[in-house]
Design a protein around this ligand. Structure first.
Ligand code: PLP
Length: 228
């Protein structure tokens, strides 16, 4: 099978599984955004995805993404979900329409300062790890205070929370916790209606617990040479 057929088949399968899982959870498919995570994959794969109608792309590295962005059409929404470094954030803010991995106030401040005149969509990454914050994300205990501070900044629109479920152990337990944290969060921030959660290994479960933005890479593009 050629690469285009392979990607097309995988994409169709993933979309079908999303539709089935949404139906099971009595969720409308219209409130769910599929972001295809293209990190480490070549431009030719992104061109195939584009020709298949994909307009939401996710990247983890500034340098890699910035090169891809200029070579593809401008009607793409680029999402950044990688670990943030302050010195890269100005560049990321320039190409990303949405930044999913904000876990410190100082990052939100840099995004705000570089988004003059046009509000930038962000998610605040919450840690589900024990102990908290071991793989990025803010400790749930500190979340509301940090979000209140961020909410005061100009040119920032808090979409909601983002989380990465633990790779091993009690995944369902982690999503149950996330749902609780998310419900409390939405009660404090009424405009934050979204939840960025769910990857190739757990997106159907994430949907059960309220995810609106699914970040899916390997189920559509295959295994990555290196994990970033
Ligand atoms: C790489 C990555 C994904 C996609 O992971 P897959 O398992 O390939 O679907 C999603 N979210 C984040 C934060 C990632 O780094």
């Amino acid at each position: 099978m050629n690469r285009a057929d392979e990607i097309s088949k995988n994409l169709t399968q993933v979309k079908q599984r999303i539709a089935d899982a949404a139906k099971k959870s009595h969720r409308s498919i219209d409130e769910i955004t599929l972001i295809v995570v293209t990190k480490t994959f070549p431009l030719s794969d992104l061109e195939i995805l584009y020709s298949l109608g994909v307009r939401e792309f996710g990247e983890n590295r500034d340098q890699e993404a910035a090169i891809k962005v200029v070579q593809l059409p401008t009607d793409i929404n680029w999402h950044f979900q990688g670990g943030i470094q302050s010195n890269k954030l100005k560049s990321i803010t320039a190409w990303a329409s949405c930044i999913h991995s904000v876990d410190q106030f100082k990052y939100a401040k840099i995004i705000s300062e570089n988004s003059a005149g046009k509000s930038k969509s962000i998610f605040i990454q919450v840690s589900l790890d024990q102990p908290p914050e071991s793989r990025g994300g803010v400790d749930p205990q500190k979340l509301i205070n940090m979000a209140k501070q961020i909410d005061q900044l100009p040119n920032i629109s808090i979409m909601g929370l983002m989380a990465v479920a633990p790779v091993a152990g009690d995944q369902r337990g982690a999503f149950v916790r996330l749902q609780g944290i998310n419900n409390d969060f939405k009660a404090s921030f009424r405009t934050a209606k979204s939840l960025s959660a769910g990857m190739s290994g757990d997106y159907e479960m994430a949907l059960e617990y309220g995810a609106t933005h699914l970040r899916i890479g390997s189920s559509i593009l295959g295994n990555r040479a290196q994990i970033t």
